[in-house]
Write a protein that binds this ligand. Structure first.
Ligand code: NAD
Length: 452
C-alpha cells in the first residue's frame, strides 16, 4: 500500500463531529474518468500508479503533502488533509478515459514525451489497460485534431446519452463506489455565454435536443452527462462549459460540486503569487507582459486563434482582480496587460515563460522585474488534477454541491456567480485560506482566518 494519503485513524471526538457534518467515509473504489488521454492525463495517471508502487513520489499534490493547522494555542496541531477529513487513497483509484485518438495510456504517454522510459516501463502493463472510449467530439471545436476514435453522427443530445452510458458501464465494470469526471482534453474554441441558451437547465437541454452545435460545445455534453450521473465535473481547460448559470442550476439540482476552469500551473500561478507583492507594498503597475513558448499538442491547438481566444480570456482575468483599478486608481488605474502563447515545437512540454513587469515607486520612479520560468507543463498540471479529483470527491461526501469556491486555488479562472455580482478570488494566498478553511470545517474544526 502507498504510504501517501492513507486515512489515519480518527479519534472518537473527530468521528462524532464528522458524522455531525455528514462527511461520509471514502470506502470502495473511486473511478476517475479523464476526458482526453494526452500529456496531462497520462502524466497524472502514470504518477499515481508509480506512487502507489512506491516508485516515485506525488510531489506538488497538496492532498498528499500539505499540512493545515487546526486548533489554537496549546491545542494547535499541523495535520495532513487525510488526518482531518476522510480522503480517498491513491490505491483505491481506477482510471478511465475518452480520446479522439485510439492509443492506450502507455502509447499516448510515450507519444507525449513528458516522462522518461525508466519511469514508464515499470508501469507499462497498468497504463496499457487504460484504453480510450470514443470521444464526443466536433472537429469545428478543435480544427487541428483529426483522430478517428470519435462517436459518429451523433447529435449533442445523443452524445450526452452515450456518455452517460459510458460512465455507468465503467462504474459497474470496475466496481466503483463513486466516479469523478475531469476534463484534461484540448481547449475548445471560445464559446461566448449566450443568455438565451446558457441561462437555465431547461434552455440548455432544449438546445442539446435541437442539436444547437454553435452554443453547445462537446465539453458541455460531458459535464451534463457527469452531473446527471452523480459525478462531480472538473474543467481543466479554459472552456466555457460549466461557467454558465444553467450548469450551476444543474449542479444544484443534482447536488454535485463543480469548480472553476483551467489548471493554474505555470505563468498564472506565478502571477497570482507575485501580484500580491506589488499590491501589498502599494507599488504601482504600468505594464505586465507575459509570453511563453511551448511545443506540445496543447500548444498546437492553441496556435489556432479561436482556441487561443479561450485561453487568453482565462489568463487575463487573474491580474485585473488582484490589482484593481477602482480600488487604487493611482497605482493600477492605467496598466497594460498582455498575454501571448507561442507554439514552438522544439520545446515540446517544456514550456518557457517570460514575464516583464513594469512597476513604479516613490514619486512615480519606474522599475522593472523579469521572471523567466523554465517549467514542465504536465509535471505542474498532474498534481493539480489529482487534488481537484480527490477534493471534489470529498466535497460530495461532505454534502457540498454547486460552485466550490474553495477549489479556486487550483484554477486560473475561479468560478463565481456573476449573476449575483460575486467577484472571483484570484489572490493565491486568499485562495489558500479558503481552501484551508473548507478542509477545517469539513473536519469539524473552526475556520479561523478571515478573507478580506
Ligand atoms: N499542462 C498545463 O500546464 C495546463 C495548464 C492549464 C490547462 N491545461 C489544459 O489541459 C488540457 C490538456 O493539456 P495537454 O497538454 O494534456 O493536451 P494534449 O493535447 O496532450 O491532450 C489533450 C487530448 O484531448 C483530446 N481531445 C480533444 N478533444 C476531445 C474530446 N472532445 N473528447 C475527448 N478527447 C478529446 C486530444 O485528442 C488530446 O489527446 C488543455 O486544454 C490545456 O489547455 C494544461
Amino acid at each position: 500500500m502507498s504510504k501517501f494519503a492513507e486515512n489515519k485513524e480518527f479519534n472518537s471526538k473527530q468521528i462524532v463531529t464528522m458524522l455531525q457534518n455528514k462527511v461520509k467515509p471514502a470506502t470502495g473504489k473511486l473511478g476517475i474518468m479523464v476526458v482526453g488521454n494526452g500529456a496531462v492525463a497520462t502524466t497524472f495517471m502514470a504518477g499515481v500508479i508509480s506512487a502507489r508502487k512506491g516508485l516515485s513520489k506525488p510531489i506538488g499534490a497538496m492532498t498528499q503533502y500539505d499540512k493545515i493547522r487546526v486548533g489554537r494555542g496549546k491545542e494547535a496541531k499541523h495535520l495532513h488533509y487525510s488526518e482531518i477529513v476522510p480522503m480517498a487513497k491513491l490505491d483505491d483509484i481506477v482510471f478511465g478515459t475518452w480520446d479522439v485518438y485510439p492509443q492506450n495510456a502507455f502509447e499516448s504517454a510515450v507519444n507525449a514525451d513528458v516522462l522518461r522510459a525508466k519511469d514508464l516501463l515499470p508501469i507499462k502493463e497498468e497504463l496499457e489497460k487504460i484504453k480510450p472510449l470514443k470521444a464526443a467530439f466536433d472537429h469545428d471545436y478543435a480544427k487541428r485534431l483529426d483522430g478517428k476514435n470519435v462517436m459518429k453522427n451523433k447529435t449533442r443530445w445523443e452524445m450526452v446519452e452515450a456518455l452517460k452510458k459510458d460512465i455507468r458501464k465503467f462504474k459497474k465494470a470496475n466496481n466503483c463506489e463513486r466516479v469523478v469526471v475531469a476534463w484534461a482534453a484540448s481547449t475548445e474554441i471560445y464559446v461566448p455565454v449566450n443568455m438565451e441558451v446558457h441561462d437555465t437547465v431547461e434552455h440548455l437541454e432544449a438546445a442539446m435536443k435541437a442539436n444547437d452545435t454553435k452554443n453547445i460545445a462537446p465539453s458541455m455534453c460531458y459535464a451534463y452527462a457527469a452531473l446527471t450521473e452523480g459525478c462531480p465535473f472538473i474543467m481543466g481547460a479554459p472552456n466555457t462549459t460549466v461557467d454558465i448559470p444553467a450548469m450551476w442550476e444543474l449542479a444544484d439540482q443534482t447536488k454535485m460540486p463543480i469548480a472553476g476552469k483551467d489548471f493554474k500551473t505555470g505563468q498564472t500561478l506565478v502571477k497570482s503569487g507575485f501580484a500580491p507583492i506589488i499590491s501589498t507594498r502599494c507599488l504601482g503597475l504600468s505594464g505586465w507582459f507575459s509570453t511563453n513558448i511551448l511545443g506540445n499538442r496543447d500548444g498546437l491547438v492553441l496556435d489556432e486563434p479561436d482556441n487561443f481566444r479561450t485561453k487568453e480570456v482565462s489568463k487575463l482575468s487573474t491580474l485585473e482582480s488582484i490589482l484593481v483599478a477602482d480600488n487604487q486608481p493611482d497605482l493600477y488605474g492605467d496598466y497594460y496587460h498582455k498575454v501571448r502563447i507561442n507554439y514552438y515545437p522544439p520545446r515540446n512540454d517544456n514550456k518557457e515563460g517570460w514575464d516583464n513587469i513594469d512597476i513604479f515607486g516613490w514619486m512615480g520612479y519606474p522599475m522593472q522585474i523579469k521572471i523567466n520560468f523554465l517549467c514542465r507543463d504536465s509535471i505542474l498540471a498532474a498534481p493539480l488534477l489529482l487534488d481537484l479529483c480527490l477534493l471534489s470527491d470529498l466535497a460530495v461526501r461532505a454534502g457540498r454541491y454547486g460552485i466550490q469556491r474553495f477549489l479556486s486555488f487550483f484554477l486560473k479562472s475561479p468560478m463565481h456567480d456573476y449573476t449575483k455580482n460575486e467577484t472571483p478570488v484570484n489572490h493565491l494566498f486568499q485562495q489558500y485560506t479558503m481552501l484551508k478553511n473548507a478542509i477545517r470545517e469539513m473536519g469539524g474544526y473552526e475556520a479561523d482566518e478571515e478573507i478580506d
